[in-house]
Design a protein around this ligand. Structure first.
Ligand code: FAQ
Length: 311
């Protein structure tokens, strides 16, 4: 029976059909999905902080309304992804515990500070741009609930990317000082954005198995290249310089060549030693504790409603 179930699973993967929550799946597949989806959900939730930092200081009512909407979308993506993860048989409270105790990760990019309003634009343009490159192929991931969550999330990410580009466009049409703010921001975010795609393929322990299972559809390096190729013409159109002297078009490869990110920096940030890791986690823990009364009240209300319905 075990062999038959494994064969059915393998056939579904081979046909690029979806695995659904009630289907049999190997333990490793379930674990990989819980790890990746939870890490993705945590990233959305922690990812509210760098931009949230500027809601109270937005330069106009219009910018404030846009930023509020974007940060709310990120909360929605996080909750949506936690729900997808719960279909694998793990409770949201366990996932939150794993984030708060440091047993699960979130994206390295959210451990960098936001120092000016231009960073709101740069995060939209580069960070959401990288997220889209990574997430569009995940719409075809082999696990149904994750792929369907990605379809919906990608639509909103594409709005986020455009609002970032439009913000930077507006600043580039402004004063010299505003143009300098944009360039300074792009200088800080370019390399960390390339690191969002993970370590190089040769240093990526999970890629091979995740691709064999159809959890990931592309390798880290493939997606990083796609992001560079997509971003270079956008940088030209904006009039900003990407801070990489090795960046140039390679007609033979039909791709841009680019420099090597500082991988020791990615390792340090993933291990908890980035510029804002401690601050991000402290803020999340405090928010979780502040929300304890809401969880208690909701649980008590649910229990009372269930008792009434049973009576
Ligand atoms: N940061 O073997 P691999 C967003 C870890 S977008 C931290 O290559 P894998 C939208 C990796 O987990 C950001 N850790 O791993 C937004 C593994 O450790 P583990 C979220 C990283 O899984 C925008 C180890 O290194 N997007 O939130 C990073 O095959 C603006 C070895 O790596 C997603 O999560 C990193 N950058 O590939 C929100 C997308 N890279 O777990 C707010 C879905 C690697 O074994 C504002 N995830 N690690 O202990 C993925 O596509 C994959 O998980 C990768 C990593 C590509 C991130």
């Amino acid at each position: 029976a075990e062999a038959a179930r494994q064969a059915a699973f393998d056939a579904t993967i081979a046909h690029h059909d979806r695995i659904e929550p009630r289907d049999w799946m190997p333990d490793g597949y379930r674990k990989t999905l819980i790890r990746q989806i939870a890490q993705h959900a945590h990233s959305e939730i922690i990812g509210m902080q760098p931009e949230g930092n500027w809601i109270g200081r937005a330069p106009s009512l219009r910018r404030k309304a846009i930023l509020l909407a974007k940060v709310q979308d990120e909360a929605g993506h996080g909750l949506y992804l936690y729900s997808a993860c719960e279909t694998l048989g793990i409770a949201r409270s366990e996932l939150v515990d794993m984030l708060l105790s440091g047993r699960q990760k979130y994206s390295s990019i959210f451990n960098y500070p936001t120092l000016s309003y231009a960073d709101v634009g740069t995060i939209g343009w580069l960070v959401d741009g990288a997220a889209i490159c990574n997430q569009v192929p995940l719409c075809r991931t082999s696990y149904g609930p994750y792929g369907r969550a990605m379809i919906r999330i990608c639509k909103e990410e594409s709005f986020h990317q455009r609002q970032g580009y439009e913000l930077l466009r507006t600043m580039m049409d402004g004063t010299d000082e505003q143009r300098a703010m944009v360039q300074e921001s792009v200088d800080r975010f370019w390399w960390p954005s390339l690191m969002m795609f993970g370590p190089p393929n040769t240093e990526s322990p999970n890629t091979e198995q995740s691709m064999a299972w159809g959890v990931k559809r592309n390798s880290n390096d493939e997606l990083r290249q796609k992001f560079v190729d997509m971003t270079v013409p956008q940088a030209q159109a904006l009039g900003v310089t990407l801070p990489d002297p090795a960046l140039r078009w390679n007609a033979e490869r039909d791709h841009h060549d680019f420099g090597e990110p500082d991988w020791s920096e990615l390792t340090a940030v993933i291990r908890g030693n980035g510029p804002c890791n401690a601050e991000r986690m402290a803020h999340r823990r405090a928010a979780h504790e502040d929300g304890a009364w809401v969880r208690e009240a909701a649980t008590a209300f649910a229990a009372r409603s269930a008792a009434k319905a049973g009576a």
